[in-house]
Design a protein around this ligand. Structure first.
Ligand code: ATP
Ligand code: MG
Ligand code: FE
Length: 332
């Protein structure tokens, strides 16, 4: 069985090919056009997807050594994401499926982020908890099988990735600032500045208060010393990162205690963060968790995770019709 998947939910155009459960290629085209605007511009993202999609699909098939005539199914990201971006990928997938007379598979992007943990060994066994932390979402997901997942906690406002990116913006760093905070934090002292941890009931998160706290903190210090940020960038980044990571870890610990589940995975772009990876590993070793962290290229948006999810849907006979729509927001 050969499956081709297309991911185009935000600003990465990606295609991947899977053969009998193994991912053979994963091509990702990043869009650089958004940097100058400090965030993703939806209309520009759609246009860039249109330019990228044919060469990206071609490369994915070539690298896998699979001819399109051999494909058994085509998968696409159906939701959530930017509507225009999702439409480019879904229309392309539908046209190709129609032309080749093969079935379509519609994939939920957040479910796919979780299943990125199944692309390579070691794979979690069921049930496990997954902390999905990306640019638009922050969720704790309970997974009982590849296709049966439940969100048991999520953010009430900003996502963890947004918390990183908005903090970075306040510090004058370019978009997306998450990776830069990670980089500067490595040289900084995380104990230097203390930012507040919000008290949110249950397993939910909140990050908007942190952003405000950082804003006031910077205003106050910059007033006294305009060179404050520049002189203390590493310490500020380390302190901000420390707080975001501790907010995430504390809820994960709570979720593990409440469910009794000690198989813990992370997923999404923010799981590339070295502070989070280290904290999870250290806590896990101390408390008997088995932890799973996908390879970096499977953390941020990619079609490998889409094709992995499509494989489980293929096995379950879960196909979509040509009338399948896309949606900006959708649960699972
Ligand atoms: P969603 O999946 O919710 O629709 P998305 O696909 O845009 O959102 P991802 O591509 O999974 O999100 O992740 C992007 C986010 O990850 C950005 O906010 C980026 O700053 C953040 N990020 C990436 N690497 C790091 C890092 N090393 N440290 C902190 N944040 C990071
Ligand atoms: Mg992205
Ligand atoms: Fe994503």
């Amino acid at each position: 069985v050969h499956i081709l998947a297309i991911e185009s939910s935000c600003d990465e155009t990606s295609a991947a090919v899977l053969t009998d459960g193994k991912v053979l290629s994963n091509i990702i085209a990043n869009q650089t056009v958004h940097e100058q605007y400090g965030g993703v511009v939806p209309e520009l993202a759609s246009r860039a997807h249109q330019e990228n999609i044919v060469p990206v699909v071609d490369m994915a098939l070539k690298k896998a050594g699979v001819d399109r005539s051999e494909l058994s199914a085509i998968a696409f990201t159906q939701s959530p994401g930017l509507i225009g971006s999702l439409l480019v990928g879904s229309c392309f997938a539908k046209a190709m499926a129609l032309a080749l007379n093969i079935p379509l598979i519609a994939v939920h992007h957040m479910q796919a982020h979780v299943l990125a943990n199944f692309i390579a060994d070691p794979k979690p066994s069921f049930p496990f908890l997954c902390l999905t932390v990306s640019g638009g979402h922050t969720q704790i997901v309970r997974c009982d099988s590849p296709l049966s997942m439940q969100v048991i906690g999520e953010t009430l406002d900003d996502a963890a990735g947004e918390a990183f990116d908005k903090s970075a913006k306040l510090l004058g760093l370019p978009y997306p600032g998450g990776p830069l905070i990670d980089k500067y934090a490595k040289e900084g002292n995380a104990a230097r500045f203390k930012f507040p941890e919000p008290q949110i009931p249950g397993l939910n998160f909140s990050f908007s208060g942190l952003k405000t706290a950082i804003l006031y903190f910077l205003q106050e210090h910059q007033q006294k010393d305009p060179g404050f940020v520049q002189a203390n960038l590493a310490d500020i980044c380390a302190s901000v990162q420390e707080r975001i990571v501790s907010i995430l870890l504390h809820k994960l610990v709570k979720a593990s205690r409440e469910t009794g589940i000690q198989q813990i995975a992370i997923a999404g772009g923010v799981s590339a963060n070295s502070g989070l990876r280290n904290a999870l590993q250290q806590y896990g070793e101390k408390h008997g968790w088995q932890t799973y962290i996908p390879k970096f290229e499977y953390c941020t948006d990619n079609a490998a995770m889409i094709v992995m999810t499509a494989w489980y849907k293929y096995l379950a006979g879960d196909f979509a019709g040509l009338e399948a729509g896309v949606s900006a927001r959708a649960g699972f």
